[in-house]
Design a protein around this ligand. Structure first.
Ligand SMILES: NC(=O)c1ccc[n+]([C@@H]2O[C@H](COP(=O)([O-])OP(=O)(O)OC[C@H]3O[C@@H](n4cnc5c(N)ncnc54)[C@H](OP(=O)(O)O)[C@@H]3O)[C@@H](O)[C@H]2O)c1
Length: 298
């Protein structure tokens, strides 16, 4: 599997496995460990989670699996996120809000490492744009965590180019990724200039909900139906499933997208990996781009 080098210390597998839905998979630690092994066998060595996933429980669940085989730590890369204080029965907040203060970022990182029994994080992300962000303070927190050896790299998620640029400058150009939503049903980051901006600073994005959370295959709305029809037509030409083509559509973009697979079914991870061998024709890329009718070519 191709690796994407983020900085001197961290390279991620081109296809990443996501753990947002982990709780719904209802796996025992042993079953999750087996799933992690199956991913590694496919070359998928990078795993994405966040403090808030699974109502604050996903990191601990992943940690329980890793604890069964501590040697696995050196064979995988762990990405997690901080900065959201989600309203939950597990937390006392009166309103869901963002928190990117120094103390929150540092404490959250230490807690994530503790819960996952993983000693360090490969990539630590600020989960969402915080309207109250103090760029210098966040940069200081991230730099201190790196100096302590607790994180090997850091980045952001869901930032528009302007906000990315502000934090990138405050950190001396150290942000290694922006984790953003892109799919044939989601064009926000084509339209806000992120694809162009990220190429210009040579920062590859991680892509969340690459299959629009499954909506492409199950949605009954007009946009989903249109996309599905185009993918089904093309899948006859290419001889691969429609999800494989969707991943191939993302992988073709020169920004070097790293799609995050959201399923806990290994056959679906296999299909994501299969897409690395599909060379989507130029015109077919555009057929998928305009399929939902959200995007018009002028
Ligand atoms: N940074 C952020 O703000 C953010 C936000 C959301 C997610 N993420 C990350 O991105 C990862 C991926 O997101 P995602 O889970 O939304 O990804 P996704 O791959 O777009 O969606 C996964 C969902 O699609 C379903 N699905 C997949 N293939 C299908 C098919 N062929 N037919 C029908 N349904 C299908 C899966 O069902 P099955 O489980 O049945 O396979 C699952 O429910 C997450 O795990 C998380 O790590 C980040």
């Amino acid at each position: 599997m191709e690796k994407i080098q983020l900085n001197n210390e961290v390279a991620l597998s081109r296809i990443i496995q996501g753990l947002w839905r982990l709780k719904s998979w209802k796996m025992t630690p042993e079953a999750l460990l087996e799933f992690v092994h199956q991913c590694i066998d496919l070359g998928v060595t990078s795993f994405d989670t966040a403090e808030i996933y699974g109502n604050y429980e996903a990191e601990a669940m992943f940690g329980e699996a890793l604890k069964l085989e501590p040697e696995l730590r050196s064979k995988i890369e762990i990405i997690t996120k901080t900065g959201i204080n989600m309203k939950s029965d597990k937390r006392p907040y009166s309103i869901g809000h963002y928190d990117t203060t120094y103390d929150k970022v540092v404490a959250s990182c230490k807690k994530s490492i503790d819960l996952m029994h993983c000693e360090y994080l490969d990539v630590f992300l600020i989960h969402r744009e915080d309207p109250l962000i103090n760029h210098k303070e966040v940069a200081r927190a991230l730099n201190d965590l790196k100096a302590m050896g607790l994180i090997k790299s850091f980045g952001v998620s869901n930032f528009d180019p302007f906000k990315f640029d502000a934090l990138h400058k405050a950190t001396g150009g150290q942000l290694v990724t922006n984790q953003i939503e892109v799919s044939p049903l989601c064009f926000e980051h084509f339209n806000n200039g992120n694809m162009d901006y990220l190429q210009s600073v040579d920062v590859p994005p991680m892509i969340w909900s690459p299959l629009a959370g499954g909506q492409i295959f199950t949605g009954s709305d007009e946009r989903s139906t249109n996309v599905r029809r185009v993918l089904e037509d093309l899948s006859k030409d290419y001889g691969v499933e429609t999800d494989v083509l969707t991943y191939a559509w993302l992988l073709k973009h020169p920004v070097r997208m790293m799609p995050i697979c959201g399923s806990g079914k290994i056959d679906r991870v296999k299909n994501a990996v299969k897409a690395l061998d599909v060379e989507l024709k130029h015109e077919d890329w555009y057929k998928i781009y305009v399929a939902s009718k959200d995007q018009e070519l002028r």
